[in-house]
Write a protein of this length. Sequence first.
Length: 452
Amino acid sequence: MLRNKVPFLFLFAALHLLIFTDGVAQTPKQIRTIVVDAGHGGSKDPGATGQYENSLRSLEKDVTLAIALKLVDELKKQIPGVRVVPTRTTDIYQSPTEKAKIANEFKGDLFLCIHADSGPLKQGKRQVGERTVTRYKISYKGKGKRKKKIKTPYESIEPVYEYFKMPLTRKGTSVWIFAAHKTSAKLQAIMDGDENFEIEANGIDSVETSLDFRTPEGRTIAAIYAKRYQERSDRLATMVNEEVENTGRQALGVNQRQKGIWVLQATNMPAILIETGFINNPEDELYINSEKGQQELAEAITEAVKRYKAQVESTNNLTPQPAVTGDKKNTEPAPVYETRAIKDSKTIQVKNNKIKVDFYDDGDIDNDIVSVYFNTNLLVDKKTLTANAHSLTLTIEPGKTNELILFAENLGNIPPNTALMVITDGTSRHEIRLSADLKNNASIRFELKNNN
Ligand SMILES: [Zn+2]
C-alpha cells in the first residue's frame, strides 16, 4: 500500500538538508520539540488489520492514532515546556514523505513513530459436521465380451470442514531504529526462524526501493544519520524497551533495519518506531485497542522520553574535565580511558544495587584484550576475553552515573574489540554487546530503578 518510491528530488532535498545543516544542529542541547507520528492514516492507508477469526477487525491507523493522542497528552502533562507536535490528530492520509517533512519543518529533537505489527496468517481447518454422500462401488460380472460393469450405490458419511484464519502466536512490543541490520535475540526467537519476517511483513511500513544504500546518495545519508543520531536513537529505543518491559508486557528488544523505515531515515533527528503490538494476535489486539493498554503504552514511552531527556541534558551540562592528576594518588596518572571518546554507550535500568557482570568475547575468540573501569576505578586490568566469563560484582548507587567503561587494549585478530556482557540483576538478565577500538571506548550506564 505504501510502497511509494521516494521521488529522487525529495531524496536530494533530504540529503541537502542533512549536509547543509551540519554543524548548526549537531546534537540538540535540549529536547524542546517532540514529534509524535500516528502511523498510517486515511482510507488510502489503513495499515495492518485484525484478520484472524473472531478478530476485532481493528485497523492499525485507528490504534496508532488513539495511542499517539494519549502519548501527546502524557508528554505535555509530564514534560511541561516541551512542544509536542502530532503529525496528525484525525484520520487523514499522509505519505511517509509528508510525515518526515512535518518532523523536519518543526525542527523536532525527537521523532516517535507509533505503529502496530502484523504478520502473514496461516489457514486453519476444522471439522464442523458430517454429511452423507452417495458413492458407487464398481464391480464386474461375466467374462470376455459379456463382461459387464456394475455400479452399486452406497452411502458414505464424510466430514465437513471449515477454513479459517489462525491468529498469530507472536506478541509483544518491539522498537526499531534505522541502522545496520540487527534483530534482537528475543524477536528472532519468536519468529521461529522465519527469515522473511520484517516489520509488518506485508510491507506496509516498508519502502524497499526508496533508498538504495549502494548509491553514493544513500551511503551519504546513512553515514550522516548513523554518525549523528544512531547512538541517541538506540539509547532512547533501549529505554522504551525497558519501560515496556516494566509494565509486564513482552518486550522484544531494540531492532535495526537499514531498509524500509523511511520516516526514520529521512528525519533530521533521533527517531524510533514502536511496533506497539501484533494486531493479529488476539491478546495484543485487545490490548492495543483498550483504554488501559493504550494509556499504559503512552505512559511507558513518556517515562522513557523523560529519562532520555534528563540524560541528554545532563550530559550537555558537563564541562569537559581536564585530565585529573592531583586529586588521586600522587603517583597515579589520569585514567588512560579518558584519552578516548565513548562511542558505544548503553543505559540499562537495574532493580538491585548489587549486580553481577560476566563478560566474554563476543563471536569469534580472537584474543581481544580489555581493561574495565567502573566509576573511574580500574576493575579489570588487561585481560584476554574468552568464552569463559570474567565476573564482576558492581554496587550501583542511586542518582549516580554508575558507568562501566570497556577499554580496548588491542583490536584482537578481528577488529573491533567486542565483548558480550551478561548482567544479572536479581532474577533479571540482560545481554549487552559492546565494541571498542583504539580510538573509542564503549560504556554501560546503570540506573537504579526506584521501587516506590
Ligand atoms: Zn505500521
